[in-house]
Write a protein that binds this ligand. Sequence first.
Ligand SMILES: C[S@@+](CC[C@H](N)C(=O)[O-])C[C@H]1O[C@@H](n2cnc3c(N)ncnc32)[C@H](O)[C@@H]1O
Length: 205
Amino acid sequence: MAKFSQSLDRWNSRFSTPNYLFGTKVNHYLSSQKDRLDIGKALAIADGEGRNSVWLAQQGIAVDAFDFSPVAVEKANQLARENRVSVHFSCSDWQSFVWPKSTYDYVVGIFFQFADPQDRAEIFARMDQSLKSGGLVIIQGYSEKQLEYNTGGPGVLENLYTEDLLRSAFAGYQIIDSRTYEQEIEEGDGHAGMSALVGFVAQKP
Ligand SMILES: C[S@@+](CC[C@H](N)C(=O)[O-])C[C@H]1O[C@@H](n2cnc3c(N)ncnc32)[C@H](O)[C@@H]1O
């Protein structure tokens, strides 16, 4: 519990700036998947200051989003208001969030590599449980090579992704897109510079 509150304090303090730590523009990998999105219902997990959930809502999707930082959630609500879209934000950690069963057409997880392998397995299982059959899981994270760049991310090898890790977490899903790549990203001060990334989209059977 002490570890958890230290982590919450750290995130609240990182988000306590007038600017948006990860910017207000949607994550590039998520927007590159635009053609796969139709209207429907999405869950944006550990959504931070709302850049991704707001963009999803702008696509006409009904969006639920959660994050455990009240500072981030307040900024996310502000971003939604400024963009005149509605997002149902919950201030909750992933452990206490009530993940609805078989509800979402899209479950979107962009940079939630605070999770160590044990927590990550549990989060993946909850993402799977909340997706409808035929729904898409969309994930962006850093690959192991990101330790060489150090331009964002947890800086802990075991929290980083490989495509194989994601493919086995979602075994039985149809892989729609799976890529390991390097790209210069500009996502506020939080993620800036050349980065080693993994993008993954898969469809639940
Ligand atoms: C790297 S940020 C990414 C935020 C957002 N997905 C984005 O791409 O802009 C990681 C987020 O995870 C949230 N977070 C960390 N631990 C969490 C937990 N136990 N439950 C829910 N959210 C958590 C942080 O508050 C932070 O917003």
